[in-house]
Design a protein around this ligand. Structure first.
Ligand code: NOJ
Ligand code: CA
Length: 605
């Protein structure tokens, strides 16, 4: 009997809205200055109200915390600073009770050098089973084609261990030795750890640093066939024993190189779209849609059960590995005036400061995140436009405590401020007195309210998580326009391509998204002749626009503004979504719609 996950639909991850957070910096419950599981539980109502449906927890396992927990010293326990395994179980049950799924980290490329496996390995004789858990060599002259990822701190991927009298391999910090996946006993142990969490009811795993599992000399030691074999084994173990779970690949690669991580639907269910992310920022700064349309054109189709994971920011630097060197220079120039804002190949800033705290730009980028094909991931604090602290080392600039209120320590903790795991942001613009949840909740026009509305709106439609996407090609390149189309009766996304799609099949959702990347108002003229006779309805206000004809369809967009327009058959107002069912059967007039608040799907913005 397979153990069921908490979600009902096996493809639930396609409709999810993921929220990424660190237990350590979310809410402290016992005044020791460190966030913990009881604290997180006390904030679940907030997350449920925000509308996110899946919580991604950064690593919460025992760890010396030299890589914010990605240096794990025990795979099947909770770091005592954050609570106990019982606290974790309570958290999981409380999240599930609120219909939120839980995604945790499976960091198996490496462990901490404090993991008992490594301590045994370095003391064990060469060739012993214990030694064989890691990758050792008498020379540091092999695997030389593998790039160094943490180039600011590490000079080599090999480090000499005096006890073992050998070099050990590490793709990240020198205190994070890589596990040896050529040894089947390693995979066995990893599967045991994975089952431990699956048995508790965890819904999903992010496979950290997954391209680097196996090394071969003469290659970049990335994405090797042997690595894919390991991923298939992991996936098969999940499918054999459990239902409605998923795995998400962290593979910072070009789209064509990420494609194999989906396999034939038998590897990862989801993978981050790394190259899209910097191009969204580039398109904004250049006021030109090309960087986005170009990378999406280079993105191969993926199996129908698979999904892209989309994000604007996360806990790492805004990585610039997937851009050309000219583009990297441009991004540094445009988004990191102070050299302190840079780390490795990226920029360690949060969303709001990157966008000069410009509300329109923040909303515009979120509108793209929430309407591009894939599952959106929101980084904690970005929903309230939190700032960063570039005077903290490494990537900790973007890892400061969540700002809940203007109380001491931003309401994160009642500890002595000097004791906090990271200081709260205190500058005059982004400091917790100015930017916090409590204030934004009481301000109807806050970014928090706006974000909540947008998430709620997105969740009314399946098209965003499951539909196809096609770009329109208006002459004005400052405007990006695309059609999202979902037909529940079609077998695959290809069936909804322009030449074959059936616009009238039951349950069909068609949404036209149009966004102005420019700081000035822009006109645009769209070829919508395929949809002639249909009525675009602006989705936030439920406002009908003029009926589409065979002629070019003109729109005018305010600076950085966007429209989401549902294309509805004329004279047949749809009522397929929950929000729209309260609308009377006969076609409502514009006055009825705008004046009668009860028919409006969402709070006015
Ligand atoms: C990727 C994680 O996102 C990053 O934070 C970490 O430092 C590396 N993997 C190494 O585990
Ligand atoms: Ca605590």
């Amino acid at each position: 009997m397979k153990k069921p996950g908490s979600a009902i639909d096996p493809l639930w991850y396609k409709d999810a809205v993921i929220y990424e957070l660190h237990v350590r910096t979310f809410q402290d419950s016992n005044a020791d200055g460190i966030g913990d599981f009881p604290g997180l539980i006390s904030r679940l109502d907030y997350l449920q109200d925000l509308g996110v449906t899946c919580l991604w927890l950064l690593p919460f396992y025992p760890s010396p915390l030299r890589d914010d927990g990605y240096d794990i010293s025990n795979y099947t326990a909770v770091n005592p600073s954050y609570g106990t395994i019982e606290d974790f179980k309570l958290f999981l049950a409380a999240a599930h009770q609120r219909n939120m799924q839980v995604l945790i980290e499976l960091v198996i490329n490496h462990t901490s050098d404090q993991h008992p496996w490594f301590q045994k390995a370095r003391h064990a004789p060469p060739g012993s089973p214990e030694r064989d858990f890691y990758v050792w060599s008498p020379t540091d002259q092999i695997y030389k084609d593998a790039p160094i990822i943490f180039s600011d701190t590490e000079k080599s991927n090999w480090t000499w261990d005096e006890t073992a009298k050998a070099f050990y391999w590490h793709r990240f910090f020198h205190h994070q030795p890589d596990l040896n996946f050529d040894n089947p006993a390693v995979l066995e142990e990893v599967l045991k750890a994975m089952r431990f969490w699956l048995d508790l009811g965890v819904d999903a795993f992010r496979l950290d640093a997954v391209p680097y599992l196996v090394e071969r000399d003469g290659t970049a030691c990335e994405s090797l066939p042997e690595t894919h074999h390991i991923i298939r084994t992991i996936r098969a173990a999940i499918d054999d024993g459990y239902t409605n779970r998923f795995i998400l690949a962290e593979a910072n690669q070009w789209p064509a190189d990420v494609r194999p991580y989906f396999g034939n639907g038998d590897e990862c269910n989801m993978a981050f779209h790394f190259p899209l992310m910097p191009r969204i920022y580039m398109a904004l700064r250049q006021e030109d849609r090309l960087p986005i349309t170009d990378i999406i054109a280079q993105t191969p189709p993926i199996p129908d059960s698979c999904q892209w994971g989309l994000f604007l920011r996360n806990h790492d630097e805004l990585t610039l590995e997937m851009v050309s060197s000219d583009e990297r220079d441009y991004m540094y120039f445009a988004y990191s005036a102070d050299p302190r804002m840079r780390v490795n190949s990226g920029i360690r800033r949060r969303l709001a400061p990157l966008l000069d705290n410009n509300r329109q730009r923040i909303q515009l980028l979120n509108s793209l995140l929430l309407s591009f094909p894939g599952t959106p991931i929101v980084y904690y604090g970005d929903e309230i436009a939190m700032g960063d602290n570039i005077y903290l080392g490494d990537r900790n600039a973007v890892r400061t405590p969540m700002q809940w209120s203007s109380d001491r320590n931003a309401g994160f903790s009642t500890a002595n401020p000097a004791r906090l795991c990271f200081p709260v942001v205190m500058d005059p613009i982004f400091g917790y007195q100015a930017v916090n949840v409590e204030a934004e909740l009481s301000d109807q026009s806050s970014l928090l309210h706006w974000t909540r509305n947008m998430i709620a709106l997105r969740k009314l439609f399946r098209v965003f998580g499951r539909g196809s996407m096609e770009f329109l090609n208006p002459e004005n390149r400052k405007v990006i326009a695309y059609i999202r189309h979902y037909d529940p009766t079609s077998r695959s996304k290809e069936d909804t391509a322009a030449h074959v799609r059936d616009l009238t099949s039951p349950g069909t959702e068609i949404v036209l998204c149009v966004a102005n990347l420019s700081r000035f108002a822009q006109p645009v003229s769209l070829d919508l002749s395929e949809f002639a006779g249909m009525v675009p309805v602006e989705m936030l206000g439920y406002v009908p626009f003029p009926t589409i004809t065979a002629a070019p369809y003109p729109l005018t967009l305010a600076p950085y503004s966007f429209f989401w327009l549902e294309l509805q058959p004329a004279h047949q107002p749809r009522n397929s979504t929950e929000a729209y069912t309260s609308i009377p059967d006969e076609e409502p007039t514009l006055d009825q719609l705008t004046l009668d608040a009860s028919t409006r799907p969402l709070n006015p913005l």
